[in-house]
Write a new protein. Structure first.
Length: 188
């Protein structure tokens, strides 16, 4: 696994064979971060990476200037791998939470500037993930939510949908939270 750009750009880490995550391809990761950096300022922002897997997305956010990155991963071997990479980088701005993403989303009150979610494509509740995030207390005006998914999903009818991007077999739906109070008033 490599970090593509930023202060840790070009750093490589060997992913153990017991990691079962499907990491976002370098091609897709580079392109989605180009979109993000061309549209939003990552410097000094906060980011959340749900279903973190190898931590590649978390590390890109950290490398590109986010002041605080939180990642949530249930698998112990994957969470431990991310912790080992963070220790090797000697960077205390990435916090690893080993736990269930659904419980985390339901209970988290912290607000984030960026929320990235890459659930396993075969997860039985995959289709519910965007709605759970968009209905959570983790959003504030301007929060950017990125959902990685297969072409089998179309989330364009959800609130705050901004755009869809496709890079090979990897798809991203991007949402930008506008004034929450106004959007909620429109729904009622």
């Amino acid at each position: 696994m490599r970090i593509i750009r930023g202060k840790y750009g070009r750093r490589r880490f060997d992913v153990p064979r017991n990691i079962t995550a499907r990491p976002t391809t370098d091609f897709a990761r580079e392109n989605i971060f180009n979109v993000l950096e061309n549209s939003y300022d990552l410097e000094g922002k906060t980011a959340l990476d749900l279903f973190a897997g190898t931590g590649a997305i978390s590390l890109e956010f950290l490398s590109r200037g986010c002041r605080s990155v939180t990642c949530v991963e249930m698998a112990a071997n994957q969470a431990n791998f991310i912790r080992s990479v963070v220790a090797r980088l000697n960077d205390e701005n990435l916090k690893v939470i080993r736990g269930d993403v659904f419980r985390f989303v339901a209970s988290c009150k912290e607000k984030f500037d960026f929320i990235f979610a890459d659930p396993p494509y075969n997860h039985p509740d995959f289709g519910k993930v965007p709605g759970l995030i968009l209905g959570s207390d983790m959003l504030k005006e301007g929060t950017v939510v990125i959902i990685e998914h297969s072409k089998a999903y179309d989330f364009s009818d959800l609130p705050y949908f901004r755009e869809h991007r496709s890079y090979g077999s990897v798809n991203f739906s991007i949402f930008v939270v506008e004034k929450k109070a106004e959007a909620e008033a429109e729904e009622n």
